[in-house]
Design a protein around this ligand. Sequence first.
Ligand code: PPS
Length: 355
Amino acid sequence: MPLDSGHEATELDEKTMEKRKEKFKGLNYLMVKLSPGGWVMPKNYLKFANKIYNFEMRNTDVFVLTFPKCGTTWSQEIIWTMRNNPNLDHPWASKPPLARSPFIEHDMFMRIPESGSPSDPVYDMFLEMCPGKNPDEGVNIQLAGAIPDPRTIKSHLPFSLLPSSLLDTTKVVYVARNPKDVIVSYHHFYKILETDFVGTLEDFLDYFVNDDLVYCPYWLHLKEAWERRHHPNMHIIFFEDVKENVMDELKKLNSFLGTNLTEEQLKGIADYTSFEKMKKRGDTPSGKKDSDKAEISEDQKRRQEYVKKEGGFYRKGVVGDWKNKLTPEMSAKVDRWVRDHLSDLDVSFRYGIGH
Ligand code: PPS
């Protein structure tokens, strides 16, 4: 039966799933591909797909939409702070980003904490904001429904899987980032999570350019946003531009969001949302840590060693780190892939100095 968005889901066949297990050592979500588009999703997405597609929006909402690793958390924190905490004194500010700015489809990944397990700030917020509600119906989506105005909601879903009247009802900030830094950052993320990617960066790059990772295809994701760029409720920002001149981008957001903040307030927010300050405030957007667990497995220990060496969620936060990670061959492979896809999109990426 098609989803309310009109998409049909097909499970990845057993042979493909078996092959994936060689590289994704940890959580092996059953995966589906959605047609049209070829969107790759954990099978659990299907449980929440229609709820997300029919989510009740408010015209005061702002949706932050991105392909993963494009600067979601940074933009989310900027936007939430501009709208809710311009003087940096909001009592919720000490909660992790995903507890106050919900990640609408996160239930497809999330396991509901068992009693006695370490605290999960998003789940705690759900219990506080949604008394009596059943967590099996979705912790994050119900939390998104319960938080007061003005809401800033995160999603990595493409436009075609979100409510069809999204742009006519709410404001959307779409964040894009050059694909080479995205690949390096996404690879890192898959290594530090329970997905536990144990293949090489080149293996990962192949999965990426073959549209075989969750939320792929990258191009169609960007294309669906780019074709909506002239809609008055749509504002596109690039990670590289925010990095280069954060105040310029904050001023544009100030006018798009209608927040009317002063130069002083914007300066305060630029500083408050800097990489260093955000990293200092928390290890992850959800506030959950592996190290909270009383007993950890050998695989978790290995991942913790990796994090010590390579960094956690807040890894580098720069433009052009791909130059330290991709070999010339890998970089050329991405260049060819970009050339093949950019022809029908007039987007120009900035890859950092010396590209
Ligand atoms: S996620 O998990 O998909 O939502 O990740 P996302 O937030 O989109 O992207 C994570 C990358 O953004 C970097 N980051 C920042 N860069 C600059 N300034 C700030 N404040 C900031 N916050 C997060 C984060 O380090 C990831 O990029 P890499 O290149 O891996 O460092």
